[in-house]
Write a new protein. Structure first.
Length: 268
């Protein structure tokens, strides 16, 4: 695959192992890409600032060219550290989602850097948030939304409830938004025209990179939109059914098996 000029990767479930770390082999592989003149970008559902601040801990900051965060709603060119944001979700849409799930045993969440503002916390939601190196703050989400940018609205539920939650979300008659499952316990609502694919389209224009020469890596339903716009798309073995179906190739490796190192050795 000598046409590949840049590689983009999802974080959770792809580049990061189950301990939310980047392995030494992946670190060295990303450095090698930089030395070969192959750009590397991160495309994640996490906030851009949080990712940027963690690059030093992961020891890859000098080798990352850009970050797309919040599932395409935020973009940072590392060289300038400037962040551009998509429009916020409207208060009307947020209220419709809350009313649609009224009485359901779920937690509504808004992610702002390393804080998940939530209407309620449970032991399992706190465990999940802690695993993501974030913390929960219980607050009035409507009042919060009146005063702050809300790029995505999240629902946390127990994994065994997810199928029901997804079906109920699909019954919401609202064309302005889309609902995407990003983990076995997380469903995220965003503006329908904002997704990882739209974030990559913006990155390609701003950085003058051809999407036909881009290799994308992911594991979840929210990675499908970037699979759709890149010349090469790989799904890891631990990926969702939809992600595997929509990627051009399913890798025989999981996120626990140094995925960037494997890509460099076998496909670059």
């Amino acid at each position: 695959m000598k046409e590949i000029q840049w590689i983009v990767s999802d974080l959770d479930g792809t580049l990061l192992n189950n301990q939310k770390q980047i392995s030494q082999k992946n670190q060295k592989a990303i450095q090698w890409l930089f030395e070969q003149g192959i750009d590397f970008g991160i495309v994640s559902g996490r906030p851009v600032k949080t990712i940027y601040e963690t690059l030093d801990f992961w020891q890859i900051k000098p080798y990352v060219r850009f970050i797309i965060g919040m599932n395409g709603a935020a973009f940072m060119d590392i060289s300038t550290q400037e962040i551009t944001y998509a429009p916020s979700l409207s208060l009307d849409v947020i209220q419709k989602i809350m009313n649609h799930f009224k009485g359901w045993d779920v937690c509504f969440q808004i992610l702002d850097e390393k804080i998940r503002y939530t209407n309620r916390s449970t032991n399992s939601s706190i465990q999940y948030t802690t695993k993501c190196h974030e913390r929960e703050v219980v607050t009035d989400l409507i009042e919060y939304s009146k005063k702050n940018r809300v790029l995505k609205w999240m629902i946390y539920c127990e994994p065994q409830m997810m199928e029901q939650v997804r079906k109920h979300a699909n019954a919401l008659n609202e064309n302005q938004i889309s609902a995407i499952q990003t983990d076995d316990c997380m469903l995220e609502f965003m503006s329908a025209d904002i997704h990882k694919g739209s974030g990559l389209l913006k990155a390609s224009k701003q950085l003058h990179l051809d999407l036909k020469t881009c290799l994308s890596l992911g594991d979840a339903d929210n990675d499908v939109s970037m699979f759709n716009v890149t010349g090469y798309s790989f799904c890891v073995q631990n990926g969702t059914k939809l992600a595997k179906e929509k990627s051009k190739q399913v890798l025989p490796y999981t996120n626990e098996e140094d995925i960037i190192d494997k890509i460099v050795r076998e496909y670059i």
